[in-house]
Design a protein around this ligand. Structure first.
Ligand code: UDP
Length: 397
């Protein structure tokens, strides 16, 4: 890992304009975003936010990036929308995903024909690109954005040999099949400088996310009640979440103890994070990453999370927040937040999750793949079956 960190650090230097060794200094990257929501996302959209940051960072480091994404996308990369419209209401409809990916693959093939092939395709789509990655000549790096379920485990096992993967946490990777060709564990990133920071907080607790039982807005309500603090809830009610929201959240909402502010974005979102006493993360699922935890830390806001999935890697107990087991412990931890230093939360976000560190790690993963397209190791060997959870940039080398 030490050698790897040195390699990552060396990549933070500006690119030389000449060719280094047999690899071009400037990589040609095809960034394949999902077809559903524009990049950057107007509100909810974890993957799209990560793609936006990555494009910005790679272009900033001198790489040539073409972003295949939903119409309405904006980026310093060259933007190539593929379909006629975005499909935020039809997420996971195979018609759009297959159409989007097949059209992108046509463009990748056309670049080969034109004598200007991409060095790497970086795929953030669901499944179509990964399962067909061997059908294009360009190596494919696929970021695993979701958790493993019985179904996705079988899928990734069957198609593991076709592309390399990056996991976004060790917790996520531990759940995947050992056949995966793992290029590294690289966390999602954000531009810490663009998040407002406040050391002096207002009194409210904050919950931000999707209205699903595993994300736990109803448990946040219970914990906030016990702690005797007002709670602000933010997030869209996506298709399929109406009944849960109506039964478990809406009945508790008033303009005082539990305030629901709907989907938030832009500066209003930043201010909401920066002003909160703490972010509540009462998750009950193997959360593969949990971007909201890092956003809170960037704003100087500690996180109180259930010790599940990546929360154990992201939250440093007693420094950037607390790891707890249930609503009762969560409520008890609220008082302890006063002893935590908002500046330490911001500093950890900067050190581990800022755009510079993460872009350098991806660049290293691209270069490793270009040098040896089939070279990444199976995950069991790479992640180490019983390694303790750790966070930060951890490309496996
Ligand atoms: N988000 C947002 N507005 C909202 C609710 C969520 O912009 O009203 C964003 C949030 O800031 C985060 C992303 O959506 O960047 C959710 O990502 P996370 O990894 O926390 O959760 P998941 O991807 O599992 O939904």
């Amino acid at each position: 890992l030490g050698i790897l960190q040195a390699a990552v650090a060396s990549l933070v230097e500006p690119l030389p304009s000449r060719r280094a060794g047999s690899q071009p200094a400037r990589l040609r990257v095809a960034m394949l975003a999902p077809p559903w929501i524009a990049v950057p996302p107007p509100g909810y959209g974890g993957i799209e936010a990560v793609v936006a940051i990555l494009c910005e960072g790679l272009v900033g480091r001198g790489h040539e990036v073409t972003l295949f994404a939903a119409p309405g996308s904006r980026s310093p990369a060259r933007v190539r929308p593929l379909l006629e419209s975005a499909h935020p209401e039809e997420i996971q409809r195979s018609l759009y995903e297959v159409d989007h990916v097949a059209t992108a693959f046509d463009a990748v093939d056309a670049a080969v024909q034109a004598g200007r092939p991409f060095d790497v395709v970086h795929d953030h789509c669901g499944f179509a690109a990964f399962a067909n990655a061997h059908r294009i000549t360009c190596p494919v790096l696929h970021t695993l954005h979701g958790p493993f379920t019985l179904e996705t485990y079988a899928f990734y096992r069957r198609h593991a040999h076709k592309a390399s993967v990056v996991a976004i946490s060790r917790a996520q990777l531990r759940q995947g099949p050992p056949e995966l060709r793992v290029a590294g564990v690289i966390p999602n990133s954000l531009d810490v400088a663009s998040w407002p920071y406040r050391a002096k907080k207002d009194g409210y607790l904050l919950w931000v996310g999707r209205m699903t039982p595993e994300k736990g807005p109803h448990r946040a309500i219970a914990a906030a009640r016990r702690a005797g603090r007002p709670l602000v809830i933010a997030g869209p009610v996506q298709p399929g979440q109406e009944a849960f929201f109506a039964a478990e959240v809406a009945p508790h909402v008033d303009s005082d103890a539990v305030r629901y502010v709907g989907e938030v974005g832009g500066s209003a979102k930043g201010e909401l994070f920066a002003g909160a006493h703490a972010l509540l993360m009462p998750i009950q699922w193997p959360e593969p990453f949990g971007m909201v935890m890092v956003e809170a830390m960037a704003s100087g806001t500690p996180v109180i999370a259930f010790a599940q999935g990546s929360a154990e890697e992201i939250v440093r107990h007693g420094e950037t927040g607390f790891l707890v087991e249930d609503e009762e412990q969560m409520a008890a931890a609220v008082a302890g937040v006063c002893a935590l230093d908002p500046a330490a939360c911001r500093a950890v976000a900067l050190e581990r999750y800022d755009i510079h560190a993460v872009v350098a790690a991806y660049e290293l993963a691209y270069r490793t793949l270009v040098a040896s397209p089939a070279g990444a190791r199976p995950s069991a060997e790479a992640v180490g079956a019983r390694q303790p959870a750790a966070a930060g940039v951890q490309a496996v080398g």
